[in-house]
Design a protein around this ligand. Sequence first.
Ligand code: FES
Ligand code: FE2
Length: 356
Amino acid sequence: MAEELVAADIRVAKTLPSKFYYEQEIFNFLNSIFSSWQFAVHDSEMSENSVIPLDHIEAITGEPTVIVRSEKPHCLSNICTHRGMRLALQPCTKSILQCEYHGRTFDLNGKMKHMPEFEKAIGFPSESDNLRNFPMHNWNGIHFVSQEDEQKLPWTEIGNRFDFLEIESFVHDSSRDRDHSINANWMLYVDNYLEGFHIPFVHPELNQTLDYSGYSTEVFEGGVLQIGKASQGDVKFDLPKDHPDYGQDIAAYYLWLFPNMMFNFYPWGLSVNIVIPVSPEKTRVLYRGYVKDDTLAQRGAGSILDTVEIQDQNIIEQVHKSMRSKAYDRGRYSPTREQGVHHFHRIISEIYEKNR
Ligand code: FES
Ligand SMILES: [Fe+2]
């Protein structure tokens, strides 16, 4: 059997070759992994508007889609079936979608309702005049959409660990939203996210609030969960007695879902990072903030997100510049601190080797 690109045994494995971080061909090849489940919106955003174009999904996948809320939410194509005009340009509270080009209308289930001057058209309307519906999944008030015909979420192993937070009751706070542009490959952003190994070196402020010795990493199919323990006296989760982590002082849950979604749970609420690959050398990272208890936002690991983000970006941009070096190609993993990075690289290398 041919040797695996990234060995299963972390103790002997080497990291992904540098070309994964800059070659256009590999970047293009990996495009397809983004068409699976993606974070779309939170419940609280849907209570404000009945029609929400998903600009970030278009930036990630190239597919214009819109979330609409009738009796239940749907994810529809945002392209008019007549000649391709964009249907919804802004979030709004409308109960019907009307194309601004020639006036075709659709109901919020995507069914074409009316089209002027088509009385003489034969075989009209047909199924293809309705808007395409994309699969949606609701996980604790967080809605995911997919562009593949799939219903199963790959990360079911998370189970009910986060149920106690009642995420569906959180409220979107746009003052916490960010749109960062980084001169680095998107996988370097993910690599960096998946280990706390660098915290004592890169994040002195965060390191004060976390007990580094208690930092832990769990890997599962389609994701990684990192758990940051609170330093003594710092703000922590109030865990119910039947919770698997009951008795521990947890400051943050850092949940990554393959390939590009990060859900950072703090006692104050949730900060979502959405990683958007722009080119092999450029990445956008969107932040979305959802608040549970704002009074807890001034202390602890969740209080210095902007500082931590800039510190991470500086490092990642430096690393990116090194990727084309002739003197460096691959490194090794810390078996105790880089299980998350290893897990991500294993997923990427398996997809690459299987489909190449
Ligand atoms: S493109 Fe929408 S009605 Fe013509
Ligand atoms: Fe970091």
